[in-house]
Design a protein around this ligand. Structure first.
Ligand code: SAM
Length: 501
């Protein structure tokens, strides 16, 4: 019998981009931990995984800079492997282009194909470390007569190998294109950090079916696929067992949950089931889309005590012509009507949104309509981005005609108005007592400071109260709950003193 011994190495995962990327990285980390690999700094790692983001140009440039650094590192070290995942991985054409530019990348991997990692490490790490090597190009045929037992991996995805470079070989997962309604079976479901953070991510819908003209996500993440309810329940329970108190349900259009599942359970059904999990205190969700948000869904969510009163509902622009060019799929009236309805059905709900400034052809008047919308709706938080061309999108064929300086001016104009609105809204918390889940603690002027969020997702800071009890001062940990009487508010946070109720 052939025994393959795989020496363990050290890994480093570098992550940029959205919450979905962070959730994906946790899955990769779980797999590597289970393989016995050890987390290390980038300088010490034998495997560097770059989990990339292509939504805007800036995070993509960061990855390019790192790839250049890793090229130099690889020239000096033979024991370094580089894997690329995330939204920079598109179709075979984009992979080929990246491979040409960065021949030192050893593995291109979509998260759905992460189950190739163990085999990749056997293939590529063992020769480097001098132990036995399972060579995938010489996998014996099952009909071969041999005394040795041949390991068979019937559910591994198909591999394509490229032998373009002499003496080196890259292992690539073959492109898998999901058909409508088809779910990719390989999304890694196991996420078992030894200790989960008190706030954990739960991706519930993968991919995106919208084709907003500026956005690369659907080209990189594929079509929408909802993860089955029972799979999500198992994962949620495991996260809570490991210490998670708050779960954030993730999807590009989170209300699309279940549309492609048998029986079509919806987001509120999932939240109802999750609410049954003992030890789970808070449920959050993002990102919302006005068209999929039915009254019934909002009403049921609003009545679930664990579901927090906060909605992230990107509008992108306050101008109808602009929304059409962006192909957002709704007119402004419809968006505003949904917000009004949400506010009626869900008292105390807070709202955040995303805005893009300087999209192709945006006139001063169109931009002014966005500022008018901010004044009208009065969002609690606005995430604003200057438009950047994403090759491969529809808008990449259009002229990017708003100069950078003008984009920056518009971005600052949004920030200024929003800063004023957020400051005013946050004053309404002064004097109120808020339930805060501690996310972080630090020492300031010899006293422990707590940082956390209230239910409506506002950042709250407070010093740990002095204790005169015989047990001494209570030490607070991330995941603890405190009640804080708010004494001051800025545009970005609330500050106060802890109180005992
Ligand atoms: N699915 C969400 C939605 O309905 O809009 C958000 C998707 S996207 C990953 C997150 C944010 O990135 C968007 O809301 C948008 O504001 C921003 N974004 C996407 N493409 C962009 C681009 N080409 N330039 C600047 N910002 C962009």
């Amino acid at each position: 019998m052939t025994t393959i011994s795989i020496p363990r190495g050290k890994y480093h995962i570098w992550t940029v981009g959205c919450q979905m990327n962070q959730a994906d990285s946790q899955r990769i980390q779980t797999m590597l931990d289970e393989l016995g690999w050890e987390e290390a700094s980038m300088e010490q790692a034998n495997l560097v995984v770059l989990n990339t983001c292509s939504v805007r140009q800036a995070p993509e440039e960061k990855a390019h800079n790192l790839l250049a650094q890793l090229k130099r590192a690889k020239n000096e070290r033979s024991d370094l492997l580089v894997a690329l995942m995330g939204c920079m991985i598109g179709n075979q054409k984009t992979i080929d282009a990246l491979e040409k530019r960065y021949p030192h990348i050893d593995l291109f991997m979509k998260v759905e194909h992460a189950d190739i990692l163990p085999r990749f490490l056997e293939e590529r790490w063992t020769p480097i470390s001098g132990a036995g090597c399972l060579d995938i190009e010489f996998m014996p045929d099952a009909s071969d007569e041999t005394d040795d037992e041949i390991p068979v991996f019937p559910d591994l995805p198909t591999f394509a190998t490229s032998t373009s470079r002499a003496g080196k070989r890259t292992v690539l997962p073959m492109a898998i294109t999901p058909k409508p309604g088809e779910r990719i079976a390989h999304y890694p479901t196991k996420i078992e950090p030894a200790k989960a953070s008190p706030s954990a991510w739960l991706p519930i819908v993968l991919g995106c079916n919208k084709v907003c003209t500026y956005c690369i996500v659907p080209y990189r993440r594929g079509r929408e696929r909802s993860r089955p309810m029972d799979e999500l329940m198992i994962e949620a329970r495991s996260l809570v067992d490991k210490g998670a108190k708050e779960l954030t349900l993730l999807g590009q259009t989170v209300e699309a949950y279940g549309l492609d599942l048998p029986g079509q359970p919806d987001l509120a059904d999932l939240m109802t089931n999750l609410s049954e999990i003992d030890g789970l205190e808070r449920i959050r969700f993002m990102t919302s889309y006005p068209r999929h948000m039915t009254d019934s869904m909002i009403e049921r969510m609003a009545h679930l005590p664990k579901v927090c009163e906060h909605l992230n509902i990107p509008v992108q622009s306050g101008d109808d012509a602009m929304l059409k060019r962006m192909k957002r799929g709704y007119a402004l009236d419809e968006y505003v009507e949904r917000i009004e309805r949400v506010r009626e059905l869900w008292p105390d709900i807070t709202l955040s949104t995303d805005i893009i400034v300087g999209f192709c052809g945006e006139t001063e008047e169109e931009f002014q309509h966005t500022l008018d919308l901010l004044e009208k709706i009065r969002f609690d938080v606005v995430h604003v981005a200057a438009y950047s061309v994403r090759p491969g999108t529809v808008a990449a064929r259009w002229e990017d005609d708003v100069p950078l300086a003008e984009k920056k001016r518009r971005l600052h104009a949004v920030e200024e108005i929003q800063g004023k609105i957020a400051f005013e809204l946050n004053q309404s918390y002064v004097g109120k007592v808020e339930e805060v889940m501690v996310e972080d603690t630090n020492m300031t002027h010899g006293r422990q400071q707590l940082k956390g969020r209230n239910r409506s997702n506002k950042l709250v800071f407070c010093p740990v109260p002095d204790s005169t009890s015989s047990e001494g001062q209570r030490v607070f940990q991330p995941g603890d709950f405190v009640h804080v009487r708010i004494e001051r508010a800025t545009a970005w946070s609330l500050q106060g003193e802890a109180v005992v109720l």
